[in-house]
Design a protein around this ligand. Structure first.
Ligand code: PAF
Length: 282
């Protein structure tokens, strides 16, 4: 396996293997890898000559220090899972110092308002942190293609925006959500749930399915009211937001327009563990 803990060594290695028309696929992660991550890595391997996977819990995208402290860190298992896919995969697991060089702060971005909705409202500064780390990683890895899961759909749109606004030479590929057998969206945070909580959390996807059905005949406001009321009756969950939004602008749907694509977005706490999910409504 090719494992690098510092950017200089990774850059030298990538330079040594690059030939003309060489393509690099890149899968940025914060570790605690699950089947969803592995599917991104497999897609990258199918589409590129080399694949780089980064494992870095990025401090600047956490607005809550407790959330950062309890984020799962499982580097040895992650390396093993990657090695089982292929020993050819290049792993980049840098230190905070290597990435931030003593200045662990975010750059400030303008994502044309995409950053002000949903996750941006409830996690101030989160997308500046995501933009900062993803841009830095792109500068180090110089990938041809980069792979992101659609569970973090807002993040995916924001990264596409950042690439377009900065004329970065990388193609962003959004990949479908992977789900547990009970349809809970796969997430590194699921590792923090008890098996009972994991079972109960199947309600999140069920809610999205119900919202999709209701949205066929009802307004976004009516569906949102219904979802909020049903969560109020359920003490095991704390709904942070449910929003039906235009896929392109992420602005809330006030009146349905048949030419637009809509998506429902949800963030829920299950015993202090914050879970998000999303579904296309078209
Ligand atoms: O989606 C994630 O895991 C993170 O936000 C990312 C893209 C790896 C940046 O730290």
């Amino acid at each position: 396996m090719h494992i690098f803990y510092g950017k200089a060594a990774l850059r030298d290695y990538l330079k040594s293997i690059k030939t003309s028309n060489f393509t690099i696929g890149f899968v940025p992660t914060m570790g605690a890898l699950h089947q969803g991550h592995l599917s991104l890595i497999q897609k990258s391997m199918q589409e590129n000559q080399a694949t780089v996977v980064s494992i870095f819990v990025n401090p600047t995208q956490f607005n809550n220090p407790e959330d950062l402290a309890k984020y799962p860190r499982t580097l040895d298992e992650d390396i093993q899972k990657i090695g089982n896919l292929s020993p050819e995969i290049i792993v980049f697991a840098p230190t905070v110092e290597d990435i931030y060089e003593g200045q662990t702060v975010s750059q400030s971005f303008d994502f044309d308002g995409l950053e002000n909705q949903m996750e941006g409202k409830f996690r101030p500064g989160h997308f500046n942190g995501v933009g900062t780390i993803v841009k830095r990683l792109f500068e180090i890895v110089e990938p041809t293609n980069a792979y992101f899961g659609e569970k973090d759909f807002q993040q995916l749109q924001i990264i596409k925006k950042m690439v377009a606004k900065n004329n970065l030479k990388v193609t962003i590929k959004g990949c479908p959500i992977f789900r547990e057998p009970n349809n809970l969206a796969m997430s590194s945070r699921n590792a923090l749930l008890s098996s009972k909580e994991k079972q109960e959390a199947s309600l999140i996807y069920q809610t999205l399915i119900d919202a999709k059905t209701k949205f066929k005949k009802n307004s976004a406001t009516a569906v949102t009211d219904w979802i909020q009321k049903s969560f109020e009756k359920n003490p095991d969950f704390k709904l942070e937001y449910f929003q039906i939004a235009d896929e392109a602008t992420l602005l809330p749907c006030l009146r349905k327009n048949k030419n637009k694509k809509y998506r429902a977005f949800i963030a829920v706490f299950v015993n202090n563990i914050r879970l998000i999910d999303t579904i296309s409504l078209n």
